[in-house]
Write a protein of this length. Structure first.
Length: 291
């Protein structure tokens, strides 16, 4: 997403905060959408959809597969206004902000290191009583992925004071986590997600290889996944395994691959690179959380 992020560490507040980044805009405190608006809280639950197959003439059904489905995040707000004209103006400003097409990124002060990419759905703002100057309303956000993501990527600097990370993200205490490896052929990669990072399931993963000479072959001994590039590489080339595709120097080059992709299981993954040549490898992905 384009636009700047807030330095939320410098903000002072005594009640829950929602930080929202609209499509192609800067991240803002939701209370700056219009005066008198206050964020109260939000709630969501994971949706695990189980699918079954029915056979004609046979009782019951047979389990086929499960998938994490789209969820709804419901945000509660309180709006204070003066007269009728003030109410109409503020209601329009809220509609103007939340009626943009595209994905919004949201996070709260309770979980500054976790974000969701959502689309606002239909909502209603209506005064409940005559002569009232306060309204409480909810906005449902469609969360198409059904999960939350780490605000930062794996290879971003892991310092809590940077507001990139937080407690409750499955990060091991007292252990340095590395996602950039130089001239190492056996190493471990930690996936702090609740689930497996699997590009086939739309959980992006980039593996960036530079400084290598010859054919490239790497295996995740934890999952058994092996990715191979059979083309010829020089140390000046940049090879990127991006989800289900392979790129050499920016050009797609699946023909010189084994048409495989790598998954990362939750926790530690044992990685092996075959050969002894110099190599520079970076694992670039977001952690995924069920919430």
């Amino acid at each position: 997403m384009t636009g700047r992020d807030l330095d939320i560490k410098s903000l002072k507040y005594n009640w829950p905060k929602l930080f929202i980044k609209p499509p192609d805009g800067d991240e803002i405190d939701a209370e700056n959408i219009t005066s008198g608006l206050r964020y109260l809280d939000d709630d969501t639950n994971p949706v695990l959809a189980n699918n079954y197959t029915a056979d004609s003439g046979l009782d019951g059904q047979v389990y086929s597969y499960s998938q994490y489905d789209k969820t709804t995040i419901t945000g509660r707000f309180w709006l204070h206004f003066g007269d009728w004209y003030d109410y109409k103006m503020k209601k329009h400003e809220i509609a103007q902000f939340f009626s943009q097409k595209g994905l919004y990124r949201i996070r709260t002060d309770a979980e500054p290191g976790k974000v969701a990419f959502v689309r606002p759905s239909t909502y209603t703002i209506a005064s409940q009583e005559d002569q009232s100057h306060d309204i409480q309303f909810t906005i449902p956000w469609d969360n198409p992925s059904g999960v939350k993501w780490s605000y930062a990527y794996s290879d971003d600097l892991m310092e809590y004071q940077k507001d990139l990370w937080q407690y409750g993200m499955n990060l091991p205490n007292g252990q340095d986590l590395k996602y950039h490896f130089v001239n190492q052929h056996y190493f471990k990669v930690y996936n702090a997600s609740d689930i497996t990072i699997d590009p086939l399931q739309r959980y992006p993963l980039q593996i960036i290889v530079t400084g290598y000479n010859g054919h490239f072959d790497m295996v995740n001994q934890t999952t058994g996944d092996e990715i191979i590039y059979t083309g010829s590489l020089t140390p000046e080339d940049k090879l990127v395994f991006s989800d289900l595709n392979v790129y050499k120097n920016g050009d797609i080059d699946n023909l010189n691959s084994n048409y495989a992709w790598m998954r990362l299981a939750p926790g530690w993954n044992d990685i092996k690179i075959f050969g002894y040549d110099d190599v520079d490898v970076t694992f670039h992905f977001r952690f995924v959380y069920l919430n």
